[in-house]
Design a protein around this ligand. Structure first.
Ligand code: ADP
Ligand code: MG
Length: 322
């Protein structure tokens, strides 16, 4: 029976060129670059709440890191170091091998070193602390959206929520359609390069993990502004765009979770530059509305359809404690 130390050595110890000292001591040592601020964030994934316990371990490893990288992206920060907290109900080496392979595939793709962590027995829980760097004063925060800003989102909205609805037998799709959409749910691509490219361009930014309206809502509240959103301008996959006017489907787009796209606001003068960045990164970036002044302290979004009717949106996102 392998000891905890053997397991850490075997599955979670790799070269850490960006750290002075990585896994194996009481603490890791890192040296931030001159002129940079550290951006630090933690996300916990709990089996049964954030993922199905029988999810493919490779994809779970990828996603565990990817959702944290998405937070780095949302600050305009370059992710560099991570620690991994693991609670495991049992030692399953096959599972650990696949999980760590997926985790390191994501780490290598985005240039992150795993520098430490903790491993314990318990209900399957995956927790990452991610640390990144951003030039001093350049982080893109939630509290700086300006009246007149355009609102943009990267990629597609609602695809991961669609795939989840299919897995839950709420929507029926063919295997071949589903094979594309489930990637969005199981192996999201954090928009790290976009986040960095938007330094000096975006006034405010957030990553969309709990649904567009909920997450944009955080920008609005912190910036004390409101928003107009145009339903038909929301970027969606084929299935969703064909069914956009059915209530359950536009709810997927406006309030579905797990998109891991970036939502940001920027002055109109940056419009052409943002489209250029979209081309350079071969990543769709869509302008979906505008920041407007709030009336009577109402920092919310109003969603319009093409006929300029207001869409009634009761559920704006996923709240674990609601
Ligand atoms: P301590 O008893 O001092 O907390 P541990 O036995 O928990 O030390 O960990 C030993 C070393 O292994 C530490 O450097 C720690 O950061 C690292 N480590 C433990 N679990 C993980 C993990 N899941 N991923 C990466 N490193 C880990
Ligand atoms: Mg420990």
């Amino acid at each position: 029976m392998a000891s905890e130390f053997d397991l850490i050595q075997r599955y979670f110890t790799r070269n850490t060129p960006q750290a002075l000292l990585g896994v194996g001591d009481d603490a890791a040592l890192i040296k931030p670059s001159a002129g940079m601020e550290l951006a630090i964030s933690t996300d916990i994934l709990v089996a049964g709440t954030h993922f199905f316990a029988d999810t493919d371990a490779y994809k779970l490893g990828w996603k565990t890191l990817a959702v944290n990288l998405s937070d780095m992206a949302a600050m305009g920060s370059k992710p560099r170091w991570a620690t991994l907290g693991l609670a495991l109900p049992e030692i399953n080496e096959e599972w650990l091998a696949k999980f760590s392979e997926g985790f390191f595939a994501c780490a290598e793709t985005f240039g992150v070193d795993l520098i430490g962590g903790d491993t314990t027995r318990g209900p399957l829980t995956l927790s990452v602390q991610i640390m990144g760097e951003v030039p001093a004063g350049k982080a893109i925060r939630r509290d700086n959206a300006k009246i007149g800003d355009e609102i943009w989102v990267s990629g597609e909205l609602g695809t991961a929520a669609l795939a989840l609805a299919v897995l839950q037998n709420k929507i029926a799709l063919s295997e071949s359609e589903m094979s594309i959409y489930r990637l969005a749910l199981e192996q999201p691509e954090p928009k790290v390069h976009l986040g960095i490219a938007l330094r000096d361009i975006a006034n405010s930014m957030i990553d969309i993990s709990d649904g567009l309206l909920a997450d944009l809502g955080h920008i609005l509240k912190r910036s004390k502004v409101a928003a107009h959103i145009h339903l038909e301008q929301l970027p969606t996959c084929n299935y969703v765009s064909h069914h956009l006017h059915e209530k359950p489907i536009h709810k997927l787009v406006l309030a579905g979770g797990d998109d891991y796209e970036l939502c940001f606001t920027a002055p109109k003068s940056q419009h052409a530059k943002i489209l250029e960045i979209s081309q350079e990164l071969t990543l769709p970036i869509s302008c979906i509305g505008n920041i407007i002044a709030a009336t009577d302290g109402d920092f919310s979004s109003t969603v319009y359809n093409q006929q300029h009717q207001i869409i009634d949106i009761k559920e704006t996102g996923f709240d674990h404690f609601a």
